[in-house]
Design a protein around this ligand. Structure first.
Ligand code: SF4
Length: 379
């Protein structure tokens, strides 16, 4: 029994597959994905964009492969990046085979859309030979005609049937290293489809609300859709789909996971909305500190609270805290305990230093614990 059962999420049991070095499903950490929007044939631009997302912690990146130039470019892209690359194929089976040969770790392809049984066999052969997994990606906007005719409109049942039809084709070819997505831009439809799919199979699920919109609206829609599924224990890997730079998708993805306590990375800021009681400009302080602390990947919590109404309480639950006080003197908390005061003009540099020190401390403790357990294991 956990200490706070109301915070527990019981994750759905799924099979585990691998996208390159990243395990997906079977209790593995929920991975965060994004997709490049450069021309894949522009190797330099694509690598640069992937590297920006890598810095933000992305686990897996997808690139579009609409033509031969793109799959050829994968040969140069893959060795220059450290995350596994998913090749987005859609219809053309030859692109899938080329992508597998060029180093893609996963193919996003729907086997029912690529034509003859022989083509499916050829793609599966290439995937097996080059250690590629696959993602079946059903989208409410491009459901097969016979399903639309039968169901009348895109609905959860039609999406699940489509997904399981594609899955059966792979299974009949003795291929099981795949995950499934059933995306829709409508949150209700996407969530219901994922819920039904989760009950119908044990394949790992890739979550997303597709064409969710720009940064603000898309973040809200994705947080509701992806968030409610994750909260119900459904989902093994996520992509937040935004009309914004790929790195924003990564940041929002991690924020969703952090909010649900499913994964921790970087500084988790707890801050108040501010009001007339604030002892310093909370909004500006949060903005600046978020930027200045973006390089930290160690999970550290930081409370930035305008006054004593909520400051001490929030600080008790965080690694580092600052609470606004009178006459430009603010209280700094360490490990939940009031520690010292800081002048207003020095607060930013000071908090950055405290958080960096805390991150170092946490990393050292981790290394020490690892060394101790290795020494014990060797004895
Ligand atoms: S913590 Fe203080 S400053 Fe912040 S919103 Fe509440 S009362 Fe206002």
């Amino acid at each position: 029994m956990s200490l706070r059962p109301y915070r527990d999420i019981l994750r759905r049991k799924s099979r585990q597959i691998h996208v390159g070095k990243v395990p997906v499903g079977g209790g593995a950490p929920i991975s965060v994905q994004t997709m490049t929007n450069t021309l894949t044939s522009d190797v330099e631009g694509t690598v640069a964009q992937i590297k920006v997302s890598e810095k933000a912690g992305v686990d897996i990146v997808r690139v579009s492969c609409p033509d031969e130039e793109s799959t050829a470019a994968l040969k140069d892209i893959v060795p220059q990046v450290s995350v596994p690359i998913v090749a987005d194929i859609h219809f053309h089976y030859k692109r899938a085979i080329e992508a597998a040969k060029s180093g893609a770790a996963c193919l996003r392809i729907n086997p029912g859309n690529i034509g003859s049984a022989q083509r499916v066999k050829d793609v599966v052969r290439a995937a097996k030979d080059f250690n590629c997994s696959m993602r079946i990606g059903v989208n409410a906007g491009s459901l097969e005609r016979h399903l639309l005719e039968r169901y009348g409109e895109p609905c959860p049942e039609a999406m699940v049937e489509s997904a399981l039809d594609h899955a059966k084709i792979l299974e009949d070819n003795d291929f099981h290293e795949f995950k499934i997505s059933v995306k829709a831009s409508d949150v209700f439809l996407a969530v219901a489809a994922y819920q039904q799919l989760a009950d119908s199979c044990d394949h790992p699920l890739h979550l997303g609300v597709t064409e969710a919109g720009g940064l603000r609206v898309g973040t809200v829609k994705s947080s509701i859709g992806i968030g409610s599924l994750l909260w119900a224990g459904i989902g093994d890997t996520i992509r937040v789909s935004l009309s914004a730079e790929p790195v924003e998708e990564v940041k929002v993805g991690f924020d969703i996971l952090k909010s649900l306590d499913l994964r921790h990375r970087g500084v988790r800021v707890v801050s108040c909305p501010s009001c007339a009681r604030q002892g310093f400009d909370v909004i500006k302080t949060v903005q600046i500190l978020e930027e200045r602390l973006a390089h930290i990947s160690t999970p550290v919590s930081l409370s930035i609270i305008g006054c004593v109404v909520n400051g001490p309480g929030e600080a008790r639950e965080t690694d580092v805290g600052i609470t606004g006080g009178g006459s430009g003197s603010h209280k700094v908390y360490l490990n939940g305990v009031a520690d010292h005061n800081i002048n207003d003009e020095d607060k930013l540099d000071h908090i950055v230093k405290m958080v960096e020190q805390k991150a170092e401390e946490i990393e050292h403790a981790k290394t020490r614990a690892l060394t101790t357990s290795q020494t014990h294991a060797a004895e």
